[in-house]
Design a protein around this ligand. Structure first.
Ligand code: FNR
Length: 367
């Protein structure tokens, strides 16, 4: 498949299955156990219908918005994912460059294959949204302290976002079954993709340093490490969103880790819908981000209508990266065009006009 043939994110997925090694495909595509959540993440968006307004002048449309006060050209972002070099040798550096070129945010993972300094060097002085940094808290807290201080001091990051849904590794069976032929190491933690006695599971093998004792009581500690705004990624219930908002967390990121952690955890869209219906005040107190199963411009716009401030995609960008930087750029273009067309057909010309009045979510009510 040539890059010019890629006209949807599904095309990139199909191509990646051909382009990637067996191991990379197993690691990227797998979900936990029966992969119920993985499948639901995508299918739940099909249960939401638009209520489009017609005869509106949509000859020009703007997708511009902000994330924590930083202007963005489109409120979509590249999710933090481990080991992007399994897709292409340029790894996270291509994510950082493509995000800068298209004015979107890239959230770098603690399990990135590139180092923080590689990503920092990839950025020019072009005005662009900063990267955000995704933190896995290390059992050796002094390592997390040093890492966050380094990230903050670089001046290229706009938030520290702690992942709270993967304190132990989900059981990803496809990933366990395929053992890595090539061993790669994280540019940050030094842990690698080598199989162990239990199997080939990369997430499990790499994440042994993650501290399962990290709790609400540790929030003041993590906040004390940086002046940057703080986020929590992997919040999965209304109750935890409210707790986080009350504790002053600036960014609450609804996610179930792409169906890779707790299987049958709810699609984040259901949590968003519940917040919008029953606790709309939270949207004024914190920025709510969402990811999981977003593959189309229509999915992005639906999440924005329900109050998400920004929408993340994980696997699609890993798949697009199999074509290097140009692949990631093309994927952003495809998505940007779909978002624009969706807005025009919906009868809106700017992001702030999106709202729940443009959706019919009745089919999700029994859920
Ligand atoms: C992830 N995800 C993830 N999340 C995180 O906070 N830190 C990480 O290091 C990783 N690593 C990772 C690796 C791979 C291969 C995948 C697919 C995912 C989860 C990721 O940030 C995001 O929540 C999901 O990928 C979103 O779902 P979709 O877009 O992949 O369906």
């Amino acid at each position: 498949f040539s890059l010019s043939q890629m006209i949807s994110l599904h095309d990139f997925e199909e191509a990646a299955q051909e382009n990637l090694s067996k191991k990379a495909w197993a690691y990227f595509s797998s979900g936990a156990t029966d992969q119920i959540t993985l499948a639901m993440n995508q299918s739940v968006y099909q249960k939401v219908f638009f209520q489009p307004r017609t005869m509106v002048d949509v000859s020009s449309v703007s997708t511009k918005s902000t994330m924590l006060g930083h202007p963005v050209d489109i409120p979509i972002f590249i999710c933090p994912t481990g080991m992007a070099k399994l897709s292409h040798p340029t790894g996270e550096v291509s994510f950082a460059k493509a995000a800068e070129a298209y004015g979107i945010m890239f959230m770098m993972s603690t399990n990135a294959s590139s180092s923080v300094s590689d990503v920092v060097k990839a950025r020019t002085s072009k005005p662009a949204p900063p990267c955000f940094f995704q933190l896995y808290v290390n059992r050796d807290r002094s390592k997390s302290e040093a890492l966050v201080k380094n990230v903050t001091a670089s001046g290229k990051f706009g938030a520290i976002v702690v992942t709270v849904d993967a304190h132990v590794a989900g059981k990803r069976e496809a990933d366990e079954k395929v053992k890595a032929e090539v061993v790669l190491e994280s540019g940050i933690t030094g842990t690698g993709t080598a199989p162990d006695a239990k199997g080939g599971g990369i997430g499990r093998a790499m994440g042994g340093y993650i501290d399962p004792s990290f709790s609400w009581a540790d929030l003041p500690w993590v906040r004390s490490l940086s002046h940057l705004p703080l986020g929590l990624k992997g919040v999965q219930t209304v109750e935890d969103v409210i707790k986080a908002v009350k504790l002053g967390v600036e960014l609450i990121y609804l996610s179930n880790h792409g169906g890779r952690a707790l299987d049958t955890a709810p699609p984040a869209l259901l949590v968003l819908l519940s917040l919008r219906k029953h606790h709309p005040w939270v949207f004024d107190r914190a920025e709510i981000y969402i990811d999981g199963g977003i593959r189309r411009g229509t999915d992005v716009v639906k999440a924005l209508c329900l109050g998400a401030k920004a929408v993340g995609l994980g696997r699609p960008f890993l798949y697009a990266l199999s074509y290097g930087l140009e692949g990631v750029e093309k994927a952003i273009e495809v998505l940007r065009d779909e978002v624009e067309t969706t807005m025009q057909l919906l009868g809106v010309t700017s992001i702030d006009q999106l709202g729940p009045h443009l959706l019919n979510t009745k089919a999700l009510e029994p859920l």
